[in-house]
Structures are given as structure tokens and as C-alpha cells.
Design a binder for this molecule. Structure first.
Ligand code: F6R
Length: 241
């Protein structure tokens, strides 16, 4: 476990973008596991900037996103499909056929979960997985639980997660109550994991996840066992350790 302590969100974003771009330069057809939410937006902006300057090429990159809300169509402005296109994919030269995001509207969700795991396997697994950290220690939408979920699965979102994500919706009622997410085993099979966290509201989760016992009640704690996990976090997020 490597911890990179940075001053603020901006520096976190630059460092994360540097690590991602190093991955893409070293292996142009990398499989990037990507996240949505507030944490990666700055890193995506930075990567877009370097792409525009001609320093990065995403032509051969393959991507697999962590998760999607259940019941939101790809064109819904709060869906993770929409988010990824708005904040990243529409601004770089990634090939549309190389983009993979779970379908939260699939008629048969069980089949969709199996299809998504098969997709990850067919790509040869994830080279670098980018993760944000939930205030309750979730990664992807793997919520605190009695067991570590293995593969892609559907989940019922906790109140804490729905409240944390309410800021993107008009009201709490509009926040979907379910999601489809990669499992913990999918995530920890990645060759490298990069966790980013900024702000005081992540301090408790960081303390529990990286300095507490490894338990499915704090899903991110499993990352303590990963052979190549880097946490880039700002001073506020690291204030309790
Ligand atoms: C997003 C995801 C979530 C977020 C986490 C932190 O694809 O899987 O686990 O990474 O909820 O969200 P932010 O970055 O908005 O604080």
C-alpha cells in the first residue's frame, strides 16, 4: 500500500492523471477500470488537456466502468453512461467499441451481470482500476455487507450512499435505490489499483479502510491485501491518520 499525500483536490487530480497517463504510455492498449462521482472529474479534465496537447493517445485503450444506477437509461443526465461521455469519453479518441459500462436497464439483470464479468475476462482483466471511496467505505457500489461480493451483481443502495449522491439529483426521491456494480473480486483482480480521495468527509472512511481491520463491513479495506494499491489523498482526507 502506497500513500501519496497531496495538498488539495487539484494536486490529487494531477497525480492521479499522471499515474493513469503513465499506464497508457507504457501499455497503449491498457484496460482501464474507471469510476464516476466527484473524485475523478479533475483527473479526467487533466487527461483531456494532455490529450489535446498531443501528449496522450487513447486510440487503443479499453475501458470498463465500475457501475451504473439501476433503471437509468444511457441518455439520463444522471446515468453513469452520460457522466462518462460528458466528462471524459466525448473529449478523447477512445474507440466507442472499446467502452464498456454495465447496463442498468437490462431486462435480465442476472444475465447482464454475467455478461459484464465475461466482458472483463475477454479483455484479459483490468490493468489499472481507478476508485473513489464512499463515505461508508464502499468501492464501486459494493456497500458494507456481511460478505465480500465476488463478481458483478445488483445492489440495493444504502441510505448513506443515496444521501451522499443526492447532490446530483433534484431530490432524494429521485436517487435510484439500486445499482449494478463490479464485485470486489473483479476489482482486486486488477493489476494495479489507484484510489483517490479528497476532503474531510472521506477522513473516517480512509482511517477505517486502510488502517482498520479488513472486513466486508468496510469494503475498501480489502485493498490492504492488494499487491499494488496506491492511495492519492489530500491533507483533509488524511486528517485522521
Ligand atoms: C462511482 C463509484 C463510487 C464512488 C464513491 C465516491 O463510479 O463507484 O464508489 O467512487 O461513491 O464518490 P465521490 O467521488 O462522488 O465522492
Amino acid at each position: 500500500m502506497r500513500i501519496i499525500r497531496v495538498k488539495d483536490y487539484q494536486q490529487m487530480s494531477r497525480d492521479a492523471a499522471n499515474i493513469i497517463s503513465a499506464q497508457v504510455i507504457l501499455k497503449p492498449d491498457s484496460v482501464l477500470g474507471l469510476a464516476t462521482g466527484s473524485s475523478p472529474i479533475g483527473a479526467y479534465k487533466q487527461l483531456i488537456e494532455w490529450y489535446n496537447k498531443g501528449d496522450l493517445n487513447f486510440e487503443k485503450v479499453r475501458s470498463v466502468n465500475l457501475d451504473e444506477y439501476a433503471g437509468l437509461t444511457a441518455d439520463h443526465d444522471q446515468s453513469y453512461h452520460y457522466f462518462m461521455h460528458q466528462n471524459f469519453f466525448d473529449h478523447i479518441n477512445i474507440a466507442p467499441q472499446n467502452i464498456h459500462i454495465p447496463d442498468g436497464c437490462a431486462a435480465d439483470m442476472e444475465a447482464e451481470c454475467a455478461r459484464y464479468d465475461a466482458t472483463i475476462a475477454a479483455l484479459g482483466g483490468i490493468d489499472l482500476q481507478l476508485l473513489g471511496l464512499g463515505v461508508n467505505g464502499h468501492i464501486g457500489f459494493n456497500e458494507p455487507s456481511d460478505v465480500f461480493a465476488k463478481g458483478t451483481h445488483t445492489v440495493k443502495l444504502t441510505d448513506s450512499t443515496r444521501i451522499a449522491n443526492q447532490r446530483f439529483f433534484q431530490s432524494l426521491d429521485e436517487v435510484p435505490s439500486g445499482a449494478i456494480t463490479m464485485g470486489i473480486f473483479d476489482i482486486i483482480q486488477a493489476q494495479r489499483v489507484l484510489v483517490i480521495a479528497s476532503g474531510e468527509n472521506k477522513a473516517q472512511a480512509i482511517k477505517k479502510a486502510f488502517f482498520g481491520p479488513v472486513t466486508p463491513q468496510v469494503p475498501a479495506s480489502i485493498l490492504q491485501f492488494h499487491k499494488d494499491c496506491t492511495l492519492v489523498a489530500d491533507e483533509a482526507a488524511l486528517s485522521l491518520i
